[in-house]
Design a protein around this ligand. Structure first.
Ligand code: ADP
Length: 484
């Protein structure tokens, strides 16, 4: 891997501003070539305890700094990330697989949360409350909650981290991060740049590890941790919630999705095809907001599917480091097997492969851009996240049918629909049971907007003016006024 700033490739744990080597290491694999990139320190419970104590000590001073002081340091960090964007993108593509252009986009998007919350923390306003009693004055102040544990997934190795860390640090919290074992290098590179920016000792700590369950247990049961922010699967969410209950930690949970993407007959087909592809095939279909079910109105189905096949056929599969690549590898063998399993189940229940359907010639973890038609609600792919470059196509008759099919899932993260009818746009947007709705648009995430789901997709918002609220408590002050 060629980096112009080789310091970005760090291999040890980052605790209390020091790089700590563990006795044990684990492999980081490039999914495109399945070759070893490097080995990194495998943190254990003892390291985690050290990190929590460091973060707790740091909280005492960090939380008392002015918002302006924290903001200025965060802005330095933001700038350093942008200055190193090309290298970070190479690192990201190498450990995660996504095309370089997407990786660069993620670096900039990830950094934008740091800039956004560096500003938002200056506006952490309390309130004065009109008093109900003449001799009292009522007000609120916002205070950081304490040490935060962040547990993040591999599909956005930079943005999933900054979305949690930026509001936490901006508000005055300190952090222990456990990144995903598949993508520890971006997390360590972010820590390196945070150190360069001058973040004080212990404010941000990173434990890379393969012992997720053991470290997760420490983070969710330790009394010094006041908040856990998690992005990942429902199975792990259940464990973390249960473990967090004894010490009653505040939680933010970003879980899976099952996004419908509805193409109504009054849509602009060109816009719909482009939007559906952008949502579906980004990161080879490995995002929790990817269109998981494409619902097409019956009377425009022939026109839509013809245009869609034509467009999907042109997607270039290959190593993300190659310039023309649009679809990289899946993250690992299990991911490929899951896609194959969902396709086999759907075919057995009556669906047909219209395009692709196989492992791609580029290598064992690459999957062909696939379109599967005749899908219905009996199939597993209508219930589970596909997390691969597979469009599953459902056909519907009326607007009411579309809404019913779309809402027929336990998840409620993102939904998309395409229509040029303003009345329908309001009707449908209000009836879809999802936290985020893309209307005539397939890419919806921005630091300025509230990201988050409802139902089994979790709770808590990331980004926007709401994101920082997850890391603060509102303290009420009642001041008695006495005649001296
Ligand atoms: P995904 O399917 O996206 O990999 P996971 O929920 O398995 O989702 O992983 C998301 C994050 O949760 C990763 O950092 C992973 O290491 C971590 N994780 C997995 N199991 C546990 C656990 N038992 N306790 C704490 N964290 C865990």
């Amino acid at each position: 891997m060629q980096l112009s700033n080789s310091n970005l490739l760090q291999k040890n744990l980052f605790i209390n501003d020091d790089w700590i080597e563990a006795n044990d290491v684990f492999d980081v694999i490039n999914p495109a070539t399945q070759s070893l990139i490097t080995q990194v320190s495998n943190g254990n419970e003892t390291h985690t305890l050290l990190a929590i104590e460091a973060a707790s000590t740091a909280f005492k001073s960090w939380s008392k700094q002015t918002a302006l002081y924290r903001s200025n340091l965060l802005k330095k960090w933001f700038q350093l990330i942008l200055d190193n964007a090309d290298d970070l993108a190479v690192l990201l593509t190498t450990e995660q697989g996504k095309p370089l252009a997407e990786a660069k986009g993620e670096v900039v998007y990830g950094a934008s949360f740091i800039e956004w919350f560096a500003e938002e923390c200056k506006r952490m306003y309390g309130e004065t409350i009109p008093t109900p009693a003449g001799n009292k004055r009522l007000m609120t102040i916002k205070q950081p909650i304490g040490v935060v544990a962040a547990i993040t997934p591999w599909n956005f190795p930079i943005a999933m981290i900054t979305r949690k860390i930026a509001p936490a640090l901006a508000s005055g919290c300190t952090v222990v991060l456990k990144p995903a074992e598949d993508t520890p290098l971006c997390a360590l590179a972010l820590a390196y740049l945070a150190k360069e920016a001058g973040l004080p000792n212990g404010v941000f700590n990173v434990i890379t590890t393969t012992h997720a369950a053991a470290i997760g247990k420490v983070l969710t049961t330790h009394t010094l941790i006041k908040k856990v922010s998690f992005t990942g699967s429902t199975e792990v969410r259940k464990i973390l919630m249960e473990q967090s209950s004894a010490t009653l930690k505040k939680l933010s949970l970003e879980l899976g999705g099952n996004a419908p993407c509805i193409i109504f007959d009054d849509a602009n087909l060109e816009v719909a095809v482009k939007g559906a592809i952008a949502s579906k095939y980004r990161n080879a279909g490995q995002t929790c907001v990817c269109a998981n079910r494409i619902l097409v109105q019956k009377n425009i189905y022939p026109a839509f599917i013809a245009a869609y096949i034509q467009a999907v056929q042109t997607l270039q599969v290959g190593n993300g480091l190659k310039n023309d690549t649009q679809i990289g590898p899946l993250i690992n063998k299990e991911a490929v097997e899951k896609v194959q399993h969902l396709l086999a189940d759907a075919i057995q229940k009556g669906a047909s492969i219209t395009l692709g359907g196989n492992i791609h010639d580029a290598g064992a973890l690459f999957f062909e851009p696939t379109i599967i038609t005749n899908c219905n609600n009996e199939m597993l792919l209508s219930k589970e996240e596909i997390f691969g470059p597979v469009s599953s196509i459902f056909v519907f008759d009326t607007e009411a049918d579309a809404i019913e099919i779309a809402n027929n899932t336990e998840y409620g993260l993102a939904a998309y629909f395409f229509s040029n009818n303003v009345h329908r746009i309001y009707r449908v947007a209000e009836q879809l049971e999802y936290g985020m709705i893309g209307i005539n648009e397939g890419i919806i995430s921005h630091a300025e907007a509230p990201f988050g789901g409802i139902k089994q997709s979790g709770f808590g918002k990331e980004g926007s003016k709401y994101g920082i609220e997850e890391y603060v408590t509102t303290k009420y002050l009642c001041l008695g006024i006495h005649n001296e």
